[in-house]
Ligand binder design. Structure first.
Ligand code: NAD
Ligand code: UDP
Length: 334
């Protein structure tokens, strides 16, 4: 059986990808330092899948941790999720972001090389496109960074592009991941006040935050609010399965957007979430947030052509699954 290592596999996207891989017949090993995930995620994954979860509490910055995983398991490929991901925090702590995200990737690649494992899928982001009027964005659009976080993703892509052709690399540029697993047992989980729209709205819906602050209604978009390409996290997870299958079966590298190609405004999301949770969600309009762009959507054709990937789930599905997850968590806390 093909065995895949997920670095950061206890996190939001990693945990959903874990389940999609198990469902597709892969064996999966997780390495996570739990810096941004809860310690009960492996147990939840076990409950959902009905299979024993192999999870190492370890750090991609620690070469011994990595060598131990490769010594204990015959790994065929790696999906590298482990990274810090908060854009605003990266502006305050750029060195932390470069150390963790770039240093972690370099350390992982060296450990993989030593273990003769040269298949890797890398979590990149639409942030590598910077601020552009070209919408939806094709993969050959020039890269530019607008934050230290974006810099680490561009650097990660460039490092991978320098590897010799004995390596097979899948670079996946995610647009805006949203929603939760159909089981409502895993999802995006943060105690902090979220920066991103969907987790913020979710906290308004459960009553943990009073209202959504809409950052700007004077953009050049149909309703004046920012437009993004939201993609269901379960679709994203399926994209990783297809990316890995493509790497392992064809031996060819790829760089693709993972999005839907469709844009939704902030007010579209508020309406869809209100419908999902059955109540009107309070929101006020405030000035634009620094660094935000009006529209960010990705051309999905390459993912379809190279991987056979197409997002299947709607914005309504994202909101309903998010609501099922957060309202269930809320009930458990009481
Ligand atoms: P997440 O924070 O939920 O998951 C990342 C996981 O990596 C966490 O469980 C964290 O504990 C772990 N981790 C971090 N540093 C580590 C280290 N040094 N060693 C071991 N484990 C470490 O984030 P996510 O939303 O699941 O994102 C996964 C990947 O996708 C990241 O690389 C992120 O940059 C990228 N990405 C995310 C989004 C998004 O909106 N969520 C969008 C584009 C790209
Ligand atoms: N947004 C908002 N209020 C919030 C968080 C986000 O109005 O509390 C808007 C933001 O301006 C953008 C969209 O929602 O237009 C998506 O923002 P998010 O931070 O989720 O993703 P990103 O900006 O990284 O694409």
């Amino acid at each position: 059986m093909t065995k895949i290592l997920l670095t950061g596999g206890a996190g939001y996207i990693g945990s959903h990808t874990y389940l999609a891989l198990i469902q597709s017949g892969f064996e999966v090993v997780i390495l996570d330092n739990f810096s941004n995930s809860k310690s009960d995620v492996p147990r939840r994954l076990q409950d959902i899948s009905g299979k024993m979860v192999y999870c190492f509490n370890g750090d991609v910055l620690d070469r011994t941790d990595l060598d131990n995983v490769f010594a204990a398991h015959k790994i065929d490929g790696v999906v590298h999720f482990a990274a810090k991901k908060a854009v605003s925090e990266s502006v305050v702590k750029p060195l932390d972001y470069m150390h963790n995200n770039i240093g972690g990737l370099l350390n992982l690649l060296a450990a993989m090389d030593a273990a003769d494992v040269r298949n890797i899928v890398f979590s990149s982001s639409a942030t590598v496109y910077g601020d552009t009027d070209v919408q939806p964005i094709p993969e050959d659009h020039p890269r530019t960074y607008t934050s230290p976080y974006a810099f680490t993703k561009i650097a990660g892509e460039q490092i991978l592009e320098q590897l010799p052709n004995t390596w097979v690399v899948g670079i996946l540029r995610y647009f805006n991941p949203a929603g939760a697993h159909k089981s409502a047992m895993i999802g995006e989980d943060s105690e902090d006040i979220p920066n991103n729209l969907l987790p913020y709205i979710a906290k308004v819906a459960v009553g943990e935050l009073a209202e959504l602050v809409v950052f700007g209604d004077d953009y050049d978009t149909p309703d004046g609010t920012g437009v993004r390409d939201y993609i269901h996290v379960e679709d994203l997870a399926d994209g990783h399965v297809l990316s890995l299958k493509s790497l392992l079966e064809t031996g060819e590298s790829h760089t693709v957007n993972l999005g839907t190609g469709e844009g939704s405004s902030v007010l579209d999301v508020v309406a869809a979430y209100s419908e999902a949770c059955g109540k009107d969600l309070a929101h006020t309009i405030a000035p634009r947030r620094d660094g935000d762009v009006a529209v960010l959507t990705g051309l999905p054709e390459q993912a379809k052509a190279r991987l056979g990937f197409e997002a299947k789930r709607s914005l309504g599905d994202m909101c309903k699954s998010s609501w099922a997850w957060v309202s269930g968590q809320r009930r458990n806390k009481r």
